[in-house]
Design a protein around this ligand. Structure first.
Ligand SMILES: Nc1ncnc2c1ncn2[C@@H]1O[C@H](COP(=O)(O)OP(=O)(O)OP(=O)(O)O)[C@@H](O)[C@H]1O
Length: 699
């Protein structure tokens, strides 16, 4: 019999009134368990003392288990009492018979009692647990605020000592990046200003014993009586960080990330209305920054980048050649678009580009009047349909400062674009080797180019930061003695230390591939204004300079730059040697041919006479046409016609005077273009029009 009770005890929690039960199931299990033991015990003549012994053992075991999981004394007492009361009833019931009204009634009462007690202890345990968590959090907060209080006290003393200003610290925020903290402080009454503290940045940094490259920078608080002091404690400028490998879409409206601040937070350039000026002496990491800037523009869905680089086009070539040279292919072997929309490496091409930009700005101003009225704005709403044109002019500041008469013409055009095109969505990024007075002395640049970067790379010569960032004091060149590091200021973010990411050549290729489908096309109105000059920008003769300017070896940028601007790009540099670049250019031409069907076929001699291609098409005959100026002009007109398209009569009319081309000839060309996929025919009969495949509805 004893064995039975023990077996029950071993095989299941008959008398376990606590494990895994809520108040109701616990009480039910306890009372039914006790009832079962009592009835079985009475029927089998089990000695009643056994139940009491089991109850006592249960109470003891449960108390030990409860202590282990740190139950409260109250919970332990309730549970032990439950065991003992239950065991007491079982013992009594086995002696007096469990099937009497008194036994059953008292068992029910015990059940309700246990249920209520368990419910109460459970609630108590929950409350106790919550209180423990809250206490832990209070302790963490107290420790944190103790640290913050210590920082506040330290800086109140320091600002008093260094600046003789007694501030009251309102808050201290430790940066998530773990590289420093910001102090929000109230200035004392009596005329103290945040700029007084800003001017003492260097002395404050020294007083705080900050590591090299770390600063205490003051900026305005939420009103003029408050100041924010950003204190960096880890030097992130020293580290080389590569351009983030996530090449997701950007927009002129989201801003374009150019690098990161000393608190490791990225900083963006907002260029919808602003132009930018980037100054960096040789070896400071300027070329790297230009690539980084082009990378951001390439990622944007509403920006087209036009690059002028009279120093061998080195800034733009890595964004063009791998794409058009067929080095990079999109899915299914499709050609990819270059990472920039236009690259000018010669004086003539640069002039053409700037003239085009002026024409586009003027045309946009006239043609988008309705749109501006509808949007109740004088700023053209830039989107993927009407993209912003970003003119990046490497060493543009040197062009502006050049005494050369020819170069001055370029300078005037650059200034004209800057002056007239803000509202119409054309902005420029000018780079400079030095912050020359003649550039910053120019009112137009001072007014329009408020996004500014000075890469120092440790260079102190000719670095007048107070001219680059007027009003910002306490900036010292020696604070950023690393390549790619310097200062950046924008209308949204005051001038302060910054570092550009390092962008690697393979990343440029990755970005070209990743963004090829994302680049917008010039809106029809702008494309019409841009005309053939734009449409033919990738023509073989127009890109021949790329070959002439093939990557040099053994020549440093300094040598190339000479006194600031190397005009070698303006000279003819005939080359006869056959080199890998020749091969690359051949592939490039093939690519152009595939895209625009324009490149001459060496097998067919150039022929100025339009081919009577109207009846029965002969593609090989048409190849001869491709060197024919009338044929090329017709294709340019088709491209310039954009999405609206054009027809044979319109093209023939436009060509009649200069080339004497007949409608019948144009019909032949159009049919050929439809056949080889260059053009798409839309509509029938008299409504038929032809659209270049670049503007065809499905693309
Ligand atoms: N952001 C950066 N982070 C780390 N290293 C950099 C960074 N930018 C440039 N560098 C280093 O500096 C070297 C020179 O960079 P870059 O060619 O961009 O300088 P530059 O000012 O254009 O000089 P140059 O006029 O001689 O071409 C790079 O090869 C690279 O090693």
């Amino acid at each position: 019999m004893a064995t039975t009770a023990t077996k029950q005890q071993l095989s299941g929690p008959v008398l376990d009134w606590a494990a895994g039960h809520g108040p109701v199931t616990g009480a039910l299990s306890a009372t039914t368990g006790a009832f079962a033991v009592a009835t079985t015990g009475a029927a089998t003549g089990m000695p009643p003392g056994w139940a009491l012994a089991v109850g006592a053992a249960g109470a003891l075991g449960h108390t030990i288990a409860g202590l282990r999981i740190r139950n409260s004394g109250r919970t332990l007492a309730t549970r032990a009492a439950s065991w003992l009361v239950g065991a007491g009833w079982t013992t009594w019931a086995m002696t007096h018979g469990p099937l009497t009204w008194a036994a059953l009634g008292s068992l029910a009462t015990i059940g309700v009692g246990i249920g209520a007690a368990t419910r109460s202890t459970n609630l108590y345990e929950e409350a106790r647990e919550e209180e423990t968590i809250a206490a832990e959090q209070r302790q963490i907060a107290a420790e944190l605020s103790a640290e913050r209080r210590a920082i506040a006290a330290e800086w109140i003393d320091r600002i008093q000592r260094v600046c003789s200003i007694t501030v009251r610290v309102v808050g201290v925020e430790q940066w998530e990046t773990g590289t420093g903290y910001s102090i929000d402080a109230e200035l004392p009454p009596g005329g103290a200003t945040w700029s007084k503290i800003a001017a003492e940045s260097a002395r404050l940094s020294a007083d705080a014993r900050l590591p090299h490259g770390c600063t205490a920078t003051a900026s305005p608080g939420i009103h003029q009586g408050r100041v924010i002091i950003d204190v960096t404690t880890v030097n992130v400028l020293e580290q080389e960080r590569t351009y983030p490998a996530e090449y997701g879409p950007l927009s002129v409206h989201t801003g374009i990330p150019w690098g990161y601040r000393t608190n490791a937070e990225e900083i963006r350039a907002y260029l919808r209305e602003q132009c930018a000026l980037v100054v960096g002496p040789t070896g400071s990491g300027k070329t790297n920054l230009v690539h980084l800037i082009l990378a951001g523009f390439a990622r944007a869905e509403d920006m087209l980048t036009w690059v002028i680089d009279l120093n061998a086009g080195s800034a733009g070539l890595p964004w063009v050649l791998p794409a058009l040279g067929g080095e990079i292919k999109a899915e299914g072997g499709k050609p990819v678009r270059p990472g920039v929309d236009w690259l000018a490496g010669t004086f003539d091409e640069a002039m053409t580009m700037l003239d085009t930009a002026v024409r586009v700005a003027k045309q946009r101003k006239m043609a988008y009047q309705d749109l501006l009225a509808r949007h109740n704005t004088d700023l053209l709403p830039i989107s993927a349909k009407i993209p912003q044109i970003m003119l990046v002019i490497d060493e543009g500041a040197e062009i502006l400062a050049s005494p050369d008469r020819q170069v001055r013409k370029l300078a005037e055009k650059i200034l004209e674009v800057i002056r007239i095109a803000r509202a119409m969505g054309i902005r420029t990024v000018l780079t400079a080797l030095g912050a020359t007075g003649s550039v910053l002395g120019n009112l137009m640049i001072r007014r329009e180019a408020k996004v500014r970067v000075a890469l120092t790379g440790g260079e102190t010569e000719g670095m007048d930061l107070s001219k680059m960032f007027p009003g910002s004091r306490g900036l010292r060149v020696d604070q950023a003695p690393y390549k790619g590091a310097g200062f950046m200021g924008t209308p949204e973010s005051p001038a302060a230390l910054f570092k550009a990411w390092r962008i690697l050549p393979n990343q440029i290729r990755e970005i070209i591939a990743a963004t090829s489908d994302r680049h917008p096309v010039l809106d029809d109105i702008s494309a019409k204004a841009a005309g053939p000059a734009y449409a033919r920008r990738w023509d073989a003769d127009r890109i021949a300079w790329m070959h002439d300017q093939a990557p040099e070896t053994g020549t440093t940028a300094a040598e190339r730059a000479g006194t600031g601007l190397n005009l070698s790009a303006l000279q003819d540099q005939p080359t006869t040697q056959v080199s890998p670049e020749d091969e690359m250019l051949r592939m490039f031409r093939e690519q152009i041919d595939a895209q625009f069907a324009t490149a001459p076929d060496p097998r067919t001699p150039a022929d100025d006479t339009p081919s009577p291609a109207a009846g029965g098409l002969n593609l090989s005959a048409l190849r001869g046409e491709q060197d024919n100026p009338a044929h090329r002009a017709a294709l340019a007109l088709l491209l310039a016609a954009g999405r609206e398209g054009t027809g044979a009569s319109a093209i023939a009319r436009a060509l009649a005077e200069e080339h004497g081309t007949t409608r019948q000839t144009v019909v032949g060309w159009l049919k050929a273009w439809v056949k080889d996929g260059t053009a798409v025919r839309i509509g029938e009969g008299t409504k038929a029009r032809y659209v270049h495949r670049q503007h065809a509805p499905e693309s």
